[in-house]
Design a protein around this ligand. Structure first.
Ligand SMILES: [Zn+2]
Length: 155
């Protein structure tokens, strides 16, 4: 795990960070490293209201429920695979199934993967099944429309 700057590392280690989003990012990082030799670089966690507004975002970062990972120089198929695996395993909110825990669509401040968690976020599949499920579950692709910029972001 790499960090854009010391501030991001401090935020990652802060008790303020939502434990579910931390767990999701750790799982995604382990998967990305094992499958794609991709070491996650965290670029954004907490944002002040001013920083969040400047990015046209929704406030999830301001509530310590989101983590951004750099995707520059990462092959698109690796980005899509990690997003598919994580969204196949985690449900952001059963009452609002169109929101995803991992958003790869371009949004906000340039290319990145946005991870987010909600109080109702929970795993839907046990961890060992993740890699196998990933090979044959493509249905998440169609739902990839939630973002942290504008309408896609949840509260
Ligand atoms: Zn984000």
């Amino acid at each position: 795990m790499k960090f854009l700057e010391p501030r991001i590392q401090a935020e990652w280690e802060s008790s303020a960070l939502d434990p579910t989003v931390r767990r999701i990012v750790l799982e995604a990082a382990a998967y990305a490293a094992a499958r794609w030799d991709w070491e996650f670089a965290l670029t954004s966690i907490w944002r002040s209201p001013e920083e969040d507004r400047a990015l046209g975002a929704s406030g999830i970062h301001g509530e310590w429920r989101a983590v951004d990972v750099r995707t520059r120089d990462v092959p698109p198929e690796a980005i899509e695979d990690v997003a598919r695996a994580i969204n196949g395993r985690w449900i952001y909110d059963p009452e609002r199934p169109h929101f995803l825990v991992c958003v790869s669509a371009p949004h906000g401040s340039g290319p990145h993967l946005h991870f987010q968690a909600h109080a109702r976020t929970a795993p839907q599949k046990s961890e060992p099944q993740m890699a196998r499920m990933n090979a044959d579950d493509r249905t998440c692709e169609k739902r990839k429309n939630a973002t942290d910029g504008g309408s896609g972001a949840a509260t």
